[in-house]
Design a protein around this ligand. Sequence first.
Ligand code: BJW
Ligand code: ZN
Length: 247
Amino acid sequence: MAALCLIRELTEAREIVRTARAIVAFSGAGLSAESGISTFRDAGGQGIWDRYDPQKLASAQGFRSDPALVLDWYRERRMRIAAAVPNAGHVALSPASRVVNITQNVDNLLERAGAQEVTHLHGSITRDRCSSRCGFSEEVDLANPLGLRACPRCGQHLRPDVVWFGETLDPMDWEDAEKSCRECDVLVVIGTSGTVFPAAELVGVALARRVPTIVVNSERTGAGRSADIEIVGKASVVLPQLLSGGR
Ligand code: BJW
Ligand code: ZN
């Protein structure tokens, strides 16, 4: 019975996607899970925040109290991302020019799968920036991340160019993301618990404009319940089936 439902949902979703001119893919950690990158929250208790305290590792206050601890954690994650390979989900989202990628992920797996333009709402682990926002930023070598360093411009600590709790998203990225979700023909939401704001509001933005919304997640989520179609399955399995075929 469950398999039959899945086939029906997938068939319906494929038809919406096939006829869409503009597709927005809004992804989260579940997209990269099958490339060996841990998610933050998972039903199995295996998420990053089941093991680590987000206030210590993903807040400006945590960085001020113990920058070396935070950078050790980023060092481990950067090296893991360097060694990871994009999965079939990233590949399915990448070559199609009609897919606009908006991701909460800080990794570069979509780009490495060939995606041209990706909006990273929560920043990018591939760069460091000045913690006092003097304007300095630089690319980092993910395979050989450096430890705590001073900003060459102002002497304050450099930190990963990501968005921590309590920090605002880049206003231009946010405006573009909202506009894309308002104006697209279909929103595909992939591998996100939909618990972190304001990113999670994008689903509501699309629904308010009656944009057909499809959720692909390995477990049921709140966003899935409000979406037009909820497909419970792994991104690497569902996305190639959903996005193949074209117009
Ligand atoms: C699979 C799968 C497979 C697994 N296939 N699926 C309104 C209400 C309540 C709170 C707030 C609010 N507005 C703001 C807040 C505070 C806060 C917030 O949202 N808190 C909530 C957690 C309660 N938000 C903020 O602080 C944001 N800033 C802000 O609002 O600024 C304004 C402001 C300023 C000052 C004061 C007050 C307001 C910033 C949020 C930044 C989030 N940062 C992180 C860390 C980034 C850095 C890093 O990675 O190094 O971003 S936290 C973490 O969560 C990360 C993610 O991008 C983000 C979202 O997680 P995501 O992607 O959804 O992953 P998971 O793990 O949660 O879910 C994965 C899903 O995939 C699961 O469902 C799995 O089942 C599924 N899955 N395998 C398909 N193979
Ligand atoms: Zn500086």
